[in-house]
Design a binder for this molecule. Structure first.
Ligand SMILES: [Zn+2]
Length: 101
């Protein structure tokens, strides 16, 4: 009886699949799309109208889920802020990859 139960639990189909962070990868895809758009055409915002604070851009790079959507929307049409954001993103990525090693 116990053995039968063990066999049931050991079924390959019962293995749990590794969880995928679909939300995060979708977010990254959006950022990559933004990057392509910015490379294709420069969104100049000389007066820096409605620019969020630098620490808001930093927050978006470090904790995208905690950042305001308005900041994300803003970097989609403001090149200076996008550049600041991607700078923070690179720092963040370097930090994450060094932690994994
Ligand atoms: Zn801006």
């Amino acid at each position: 009886m116990v053995q039968a139960l063990r066999r049931t639990l050991a079924l390959p189909g019962a293995r749990t699949k590794p969880k995928r962070k679909t939300k995060n990868s979708r977010f990254e895809k959006k950022i990559l799309e933004l990057g392509r758009k910015h490379f294709a055409e420069d969104f100049l915002n000389p007066s820096r109208q409605g620019c969020p604070l630098k620490n808001q851009l930093k927050l978006l790079a470090e904790k995208p889920r905690k950042a305001k959507v308005s900041v994300l929307n803003h970097i989609s049409f403001c090149s200076p802020c996008y550049r600041t954001y991607s700078h923070f993103l690179q720092i963040q990525k370097a930090r994450l990859s060094s932690r994994r090693k």
